[in-house]
Ligand binder design. Structure first.
Ligand SMILES: NC(=O)C1=CN([C@@H]2O[C@H](COP(=O)(O)OP(=O)(O)OC[C@H]3O[C@@H](n4cnc5c(N)ncnc54)[C@H](OP(=O)(O)O)[C@@H]3O)[C@@H](O)[C@H]2O)C=CC1
Ligand SMILES: O=C([O-])CC(=O)C(=O)O
Length: 406
């Protein structure tokens, strides 16, 4: 499959009435922070007037881009309480009016991910159908009075909303209903990620970290990165942290310990029913799982199947897919990249396999064990144990990713 050749959906094509045509007029408040230098030469008075006119026009345009109270100008350095804060971080979120975002945005704004000295700008991407709901989301953010949330803008154009993004959380995509496999969403959702990859490539920060949540997230992440050739492929992640959290919970339940005692949990592969939760390397209270849970049949069958199918079972119960726990796992995934990984531990994330030390097929997005120094980057963990059972399952899921795309 040539992933970069996926066409742009009609709704996002440029043209006189298309979204791309409309953005030129829209400019966000952050741009106010870097007024453009005037390029004309004439009398000093005329120059002054033109500068004022340009700034006023930019301010007016910015007012339309930013939302409500977040259009207020501010100076963090002028305030005793905020002058030691870090530089503003731009976080773009697609599917911002959806269920996962409804939990996630408030966590981001509260400082749960980046800490209490990190001001944040949220740039929320919706569509024509969700624009009104998006305004509702922004109103709730206003009413929450988060000190760290300094800017909020809403829009329907990824080329505007992804501008200067330090993080792009790509959530907007159709979820599955009861009895449907995630892979069945590829035809509908793949296009979205091709378009968004192109937009990120064009306007995001050159070191943007991208977390793809919309399903099937591994394939969507691959589509996205293939459409963003000027960004480091290493920076694209498919969210498998929810699976890691689910696996930890099941092991804790079986061992009769609290879940903070489970470490070194790897999800290998994809976010689907062929994923491989690794009980060979995981630990309970620092001891290998197999020393604590002697029931091999449970580990090989029940445990694995429970984790693989947890999302589907939840849909049967709720009538819709996991939202709150997914938002929590996105926070976990981001925090794992911005804080140093505890000594001896690791976390799982779906990343580009090229150059992996395990012998997994190259050029796919695959969940593997990673560690981070807390600088947003990560390294694959090299010293993991492998046995025939684990390797057999990893080979199978890699083949599925390679051949089917999920
Ligand atoms: N990786 C993981 O661990 C998990 C992934 N997911 C996936 O995350 C995605 C979002 O889930 P959730 O927030 O619960 O979903 P919601 O239905 O609440 O919101 C999804 C948003 O996606 C946008 N969207 C784009 N295309 C479509 C479409 N064809 N049909 C419906 N909505 C569309 C819509 O926003 P707009 O109109 O603004 O574009 C919508 O608001 C889904 O793909 C889901 O399967 C869910 C749980 C876990
Ligand atoms: O199962 C789904 O479709 C939603 C999801 O990805 C999950 O809960 O793991």
């Amino acid at each position: 499959m040539d992933l970069s050749s996926l066409a742009r959906p009609q709704a996002l094509r440029g043209g006189s009435t298309g979204a791309l045509g409309a953005h030129a007029a829209r400019r966000r408040s952050v741009q106010l922070l870097r007024p453009r230098r005037p390029t004309f030469r004439c009398s000093v008075e005329a120059a002054k007037q033109q500068v004022q006119g340009t700034l006023a026009a930019e301010a007016e345009a910015a007012r339309k881009e930013c939302f409500g109270v977040f259009c207020t100008t501010y100076d963090l350095e002028a305030d005793e309480k905020t002058k030691s804060w870090k530089k503003l971080v731009n976080v773009s979120v697609s599917g911002a009016a959806g269920m996962i975002s409804n939990h996630l945005l408030f966590k981001l704004a509260s400082g749960e991910v980046f800490g209490q000295d990190q001001p944040i700008a949220l740039k929320l991407l919706g569509s024509e159908r969700s624009l009104q709901a998006l305004e509702g989301v922004a109103m709730e953010l206003e009413d929450s009075l988060y000190p760290l949330l300094r800017e909020v803008s809403i829009g329907i154009d990824p080329y505007v909303i992804f501008e200067d993004a330090d993080w792009a959380l790509l959530i907007g995509a159709k979820p599955r209903g009861p009895g449907v496999e995630r892979a069945a969403l590829l035809d509908i959702n793949g296009q979205i990620f091709a378009e968004q990859g192109k937009a990120l490539n064009a306007v995001a920060s050159r070191n943007v970290k991208v977390i793809v949540v919309g399903n099937p997230c591994n394939t969507n992440a691959l589509i996205c990165l293939k459409n963003a050739p000027n960004l480091p492929a290493k920076n694209f992640h498919a969210l498998t942290r929810l699976d890691e959290n689910r696996a930890k919970c099941q092991l804790a339940l079986k061992a009769g310990v609290f879940y903070d005692k489970i470490s070194n949990m790897t999800i290998w592969g994809n976010h689907s029913t062929t994923q491989v939760p690794d009980f060979l390397n995981a630990k309970i209270n620092g001891r290998p799982v197999k020393e604590v849970i002697k029931d091999t049949k449970w580990l090989e069958e029940d445990f694995t199947i429970t984790v693989q199918k947890r999302g589907g079972v939840l849909i049967q119960k709720w009538g819709r897919s996991s939202a709150a726990s997914t938002a929590v796992s996105i926070v976990d995934a981001m925090r794992s990249l911005v804080t140093p990984t505890p000594e001896g531990d690791w976390f799982s994330t779906g990343v580009y396999t090229t150059g992996n030390p395990y012998g997994i097929a190259e050029d796919i997005v695959f969940s593997m064990p990673c560690r981070s120094k807390g600088d947003g980057d990560y390294e694959l963990v090299k010293d993991v144990a492998m046995d025939d059972f684990l390797w057999g399952r990893i080979k199978k899921v890699a083949l599925s990713c390679r051949n089917n795309g999920w």
